[in-house]
Each structure stands twice: as structure tokens, then as C-alpha cells.
Design a protein around this ligand. Structure first.
Ligand code: HEM
Ligand SMILES: [Cu+2]
Length: 564
């Protein structure tokens, strides 16, 4: 029965198969599931699994680098480990985690029962899963890929890497990439067609907006990668010569195809995170987001500009000054919309009643770390600086400040925010704070010093280094920091398992939040909702809770900088 004044929830294209979630959910029930919530959670566990694997790989690398002239592991193994680490972290940790949050949350945030195509949703997850499996099968099949995560020619050619590793790299990433594309199609259709009838585009939660923009970005970027991977497979298996310069191919072609995908990819890994923060900052500051429309506008600007900057990864390849100048300018430009967002969040906090829960702590840490990563990125956009610092540890420092201080911290922030909704349990606050501090301190210890190492000329991807003054001690500090991070991840897994087993029960709305997902029970029932409040503002659930103070009564409905 519909309660009066409430709206009916739009049904997905395919009827939701009734798998009757019971208290005794067996493993078979999970494997056969087409429920977006279960698939979302599986994406997240997939990501945790690979975080552990990718973490162990890089700890071995860090042990090798802990002291000068070290021979802890063999050089061939070293190459495989850092390649697998980077590939795993990007394609099998950050990507699945982001898609897990989107899969879980989209229908709930727009008042729908499920994604538009539940079976396709299951396909996307399993394609990602098998892609990861294929990549890791290479270890058994004679050797993992060893040419770095971006797999440059000529190192990716048969005569430089004759084990099957790179073939598994190609097929594994192809599988995972197909999963990413199908998931994005599903998100776009769901957002555009299955919102509760009263929710206009201009009232969608910002997380939903960022996923929408992101999904288009995926559709535009991934074909370039998928084509390059197929071409490389042809090179290696059928002796085509797309990328072999000695036979009339072009090694630079690989870089163009890769970075035409690769640069948008780094935004694919950060735009949804911007969406998460745009939910977290307002709720824990008890204020509406500052500049709702600007968050969307700058998101669109970033997505468009993302395709005009890929050559900043290739400044040192000799494309010439005209080309370099153009791409330097476009790369500097893309800092602007990103800066706009940072100010949106700062202004949201300003004058708010800020609650420093762990989710908010990660959001604040992100502001600091991501700004450091952004500034080193901007310095790379200046061609002479790039020529000096490219392929040094400065790059490694930069990319981890954006991937970890940006993407991963955003995922942690989202995890601590939505965990009660997903599991029906609260996380141990005291242990979670320990996790936060261990992670932040370990992270900065690991990567801050790498800026200095890079400036002192230490190349990235070196197997070992001579006993130079300064290099040894800074590398040792970095390794110690890495182990602190490993301890923090172990603690996180303990906190999660403990909460799922015996955590305090969570109410449906523990943070006094704004958006529709908090209206339903924690965890939500199979069908999510049977009714939803009519949406009249960007904070529908909050306005339902406080009709006297609702946004639609305000002259400036998005709030202003004083929070009035
Ligand atoms: C989600 C988190 C992470 C992401 C997305 C990530 C990503 C990457 C990427 C893309 C590379 C480049 C690989 C290559 O050169 O082919 C890399 C290298 C590296 N990572 Fe990570 N990483 C993460 C976590 C970590 C952690 C926790 C540590 C420290 C313990 C770490 C230490 C390193 C080191 C030392 C290298 C450089 C290896 C070398 O160039 O010799 N990473 N990472
Ligand atoms: Cu780039």
C-alpha cells in the first residue's frame, strides 16, 4: 500500500528476480546474485583482496629498496612486482571500489529498486573478477608482466619480454575494461531513466552527478585502451608490427593510445571521489553544499579537459616545442576547475557545526594531501621542470599523493560514511581513529621523502642504487612508512570484520543525513524502498525531517557561505 503523499519507486527494466535474501545467505546465493547491493559489496571485497595483494607486492619492492646495494629479490622478480603492483592498484583496487560504491548507492540515492539491467550488472562484476584472475594467472604461466603499468613499447614487444606475462596483461585488462564499460552504460541508463519521478537533474545528489559524468568519460576513454591492447596482442601473437619501430611500426603510437585513455583514467579514479566528498562535507558540517551548480559545472569541465592533456605524459619524447607548449597550457588549465571544487568544500565547512567523525577526518586529510599532489602535478605541467624530474621518484611521490591522498582517502571516507547503511552495524570509533592516524602518518612518511629523492635524482623503477649520501636514509624512512600503512590496512580489515560480526546495530540514519538512501532500513531490504518522499530540493530527506526549515523556504536554496 502506498502511504499518502509518497511516490512510487520506478521498477527496473528487468523484474528483480526474487532470490529471497534470508539470514542464511550461502555462498551460492552471493555468486548467483543480481541484486545491486550484493554486487556492490562483492566489488568492494574484490578491491580489499587486491589491496592486500598489491600491498604485499610493493612491500617486497620497498624491502629491496630499504638499503643501498641490496639483493633481497632478483631483478626480474623486481620488475614483475612493481608492474603488478601498479596495474593491480589502478585496475583492481581503485576501479572496483569506485564501481562498488556506485553499484550499491546509485539506485538508493535516486529512489529506485535496482540498476536498470541487473543481469548486466552481474556480468560487469564477474568480467572484472575474471580479468584480475587472468592477470594473476600469469605468475603460474611463466612470469608476470614486467614492463610497468603503462607497458611501454618497445618493452612490451616479444623480443624484450618473451614470457606470456604481457599477453595476460592485455587479456586481463581487456576483460576488466569490458566490465567497466558495461557498468557505465548501466549507470547512465539508470540515472537518466529510473529516478523517482519528482527528482529533476538539478536535484540529484552530487555523487550521482559525478557518476553520470564519469560514466560518459569511461565510454569515451576505454575504447582507446581496448584498441591498443588488441593491437598489442596482434603484435605479440600474430606478428603484426603496430608498435615495433624496427619493422615500420611506431613505439610512440602506443604512448598516444595509452595516455589518450590513461589521463582520462586518472580522472575516472577521482571524479566519483569528488562526488563522495560532496556528500560527506555537507552532512558532517551540517550545512548545504556550497555552490551545488559549481560542483557539477567544474566536474563537466574536468571531464572535457581530461581529453586535451594526455601529452603531458610525453613531454620528454621529442614531440617538439609547439606540441609541448599547447599541452602545458591545457594541463595548467585543468587545475582551475579542480581548485573550484576545493573551495566549494572549504566553504561548505566554513561556519558549519563540524563533526569530526572518521569519515570527515579523511575528508579533511584529503584536502591537504590532494593539494600537495595537485601542486606537484602542476609543476610537472611546466615542461622544463618535467624534463628535469620525469622518471624520478618525484613522479612516484606525485602519483601516490593523488591516488592515495585523493582516491583512496575518498574511498575510506565513503566507507566510514556508508558502512552503517550497508551492513546495519556501526564501526568501532576508537579503533577507526587509530586506523586513520596510522594511515595518514604512514602515508606521508612513505611518500613525502620521495619528493626529495626525486629532486636528488633517484630514478623510478631502479632495482638498486649506490651508497650515495642521503639516498639510503630517505629510502629507509620510506620503507618504514610503507610498513606502517600495511599495519593500518590490517587494522582496517580487523575493524570491518569485527563490526560485521558483533558491531553495535546501526539505525537507518545515524548521521542525520540528507539523501534518500538514509530513508530505508540499514541494511536496505531487497527491494530498497516501497515508498519515497517527493523530492523538492537537493536535500530531500533532510527537508522531510525538518519541513519548517526546508531548503525550498530559503531565498538562496543552496545556502550561502554563512550557512544561513
Ligand atoms: C591504492 C593505492 C596505490 C596505488 C593506486 C598505487 C599506484 C602505483 C603506480 C601506478 C605505480 C607505478 C608503477 C610503475 O611504475 O609501473 C606505483 C609504483 C610504486 N608504488 Fe604504489 N600505489 C598504491 C599504494 C602504494 C603503497 C601503499 C606503497 C608503499 C608501501 C606504494 C609504493 C610504490 C613504490 C615504491 C612504487 C615505485 C616502484 C618503482 O618505480 O621502482 N604504493 N604505485
Ligand atoms: Cu595526465
Amino acid at each position: 500500500m502506498m502511504k499518502e503523499g509518497f511516490l512510487e519507486v520506478p521498477e527496473p527494466e528487468e523484474p528483480i528476480p526474487d532470490l529471497s535474501l534470508s539470514s542464511s545467505q550461502g555462498i551460492l546465493q552471493w555468486i548467483s546474485s543480481v541484486d545491486h547491493k550484493q554486487l556492490g559489496i562483492m566489488y568492494l571485497w574484490l578491491s580489499v583482496l587486491f589491496l592486500v595483494i598489491g600491498g604485499i607486492e610493493i612491500l617486497l619492492v620497498r624491502l629491496q629498496l630499504a638499503a643501498p646495494n641490496n639483493h633481497f629479490i632478483a631483478p626480474e622478480m623486481y620488475n614483475q612486482l612493481f608492474t603488478m603492483h601498479g596495474t593491480t592498484m589502478i585496475f583492481f583496487v581503485l576501479t572496483p571500489a569506485i564501481f562498488g560504491f556506485a553499484t550499491y548507492l546509485l539506485p538508493l540515492m535516486i529512489g529506485a529498486n535496482d540498476l536498470a539491467f541487473p543481469r548486466l550488472n552481474a556480468f560487469s562484476l564477474w568480467a572484472t573478477f575474471f580479468g584480475g584472475g587472468l592477470l594473476y594467472f600469469s605468475f603460474i604461466a611463466g612470469g608476470a608482466p614486467d614492463a610497468g603499468w603503462f607497458n611501454y613499447a618497445p618493452l612490451n614487444q616479444y623480443n624484450y619480454s618473451s614470457s606470456l606475462g604481457i599477453d595476460y596483461y592485455c587479456s586481463g585488462l581487456l576483460f576488466a575494461g569490458i566490465g567497466t564499460v558495461t557498468a557505465s552504460v548501466n549507470f547512465i541508463v539508470t540515472i537518466l531513466k529510473y529516478r523517482v519521478s519528482s527528482m529533476s537533474l538539478k536535484q540529484m545528489p552530487l555523487f550521482v552527478w559525478m557518476i553520470l559524468i564519469n560514466s560518459f568519460l569511461v565510454l569515451a576513454a576505454f575504447p582507446s585502451l581496448n584498441a591498443a591492447l588488441i593491437m598489442l596482442l596482434l603484435d605479440r601473437q600474430l606478428h603484426a608490427h603496430f608498435f615495433s619501430a624496427t619493422s615500420g611500426g611506431s613505439a610512440i603510437l602506443w604512448q598516444h593510445l595509452f595516455w589518450l585513455f590513461g589521463h582520462p583514467e586518472v580522472y575516472i579514479l577521482i571524479l566519483p571521489i569528488f562526488g563522495i566528498f560532496s556528500e560527506v562535507f555537507p552532512v558532517y558540517s551540517r550545512k548545504p553544499i556550497f555552490g551545488y551548480a559549481f560542483v557539477i559545472g567544474s566536474g563537466i569541465a574536468i571531464a572535457l579537459l581530461a581529453f586535451g592533456v594526455w601529452v603531458h605524459h610525453m613531454f620528454a619524447t621529442g614531440l617538439g616545442n609547439t606540441v609541448n607548449s599547447f599541452f602545458a597550457a591545457s594541463s595548467l588549465l585543468i587545475g582551475v576547475p579542480t581548485g573550484v571544487k576545493i573551495f566549494n568544500w572549504l566553504a561548505t565547512m566554513h561556519g558549519g557545526a563540524v563533526r569530526f567523525r572518521v569519515s570527515m577526518l579523511f575528508a579533511i586529510a584529503f584536502l591537504v594531501e590532494f593539494t600537495i599532489g595537485g601542486l606537484s602535478g602542476v609543476s610537472f605541467a611546466v615542461v622544463p621542470i618535467d624534463w628535469q624530474l620525469t622518471d624520478t621518484y618525484y613522479v612516484v611521490a606525485h602519483l601516490h599523493y593523488v591516488f592515495i591522498g585523493g582516491s583512496l582517502f575518498g574511498l575510506f571516507s565513503g566507507l566510514f560514511y556508508w558502512f552503517p547503511k550497508m551492513s546495519g552495524r556501526m564501526l568501532d570509533e576508537r579503533l577507526s581513529r587509530w586506523f586513520f592516524w596510522l594511515m595518514v602518518v604512514g602515508f606521508n612518511l612513505t611518500f613525502l621523502v620521495q619528493h626529495a629523492l626525486g629532486a636528488m635524482g633517484m630514478p623510478r623503477r631502479v632495482y638498486t642504487y649506490p651508497d650515495l649520501p642521503g639516498w639510503g636514509i630517505l629510502n629507509l624512512i620510506s620503507t618504514i612508512g610503507g610498513f606502517l600503512m600495511a599495519v593500518s590496512v590490517a587494522l582496517l580489515i580487523y575493524i570491518l570484520v569485527k563490526a560485521i560480526r558483533s558491531g553495535e546495530k546501526a539505525s537507518s540514519d545515524p548521521w542525520d543525513a540528507n539523501t534518500l538512501e538514509w530513508m530505508t532500513s540499514s541494511p536496505p531490504a531487497l527491494q530498497n524502498f516501497d515508498r519515497v518522499v517527493p523530492v523538492k530540493s537537493t536535500r530531500p530527506y533532510r527537508d522531510y525531517k525538518r519541513p519548517d526549515d526546508a531548503d525550498w523556504n530559503r531565498p538562496n536554496k543552496y545556502g550561502n557561505i554563512d550557512g544561513k
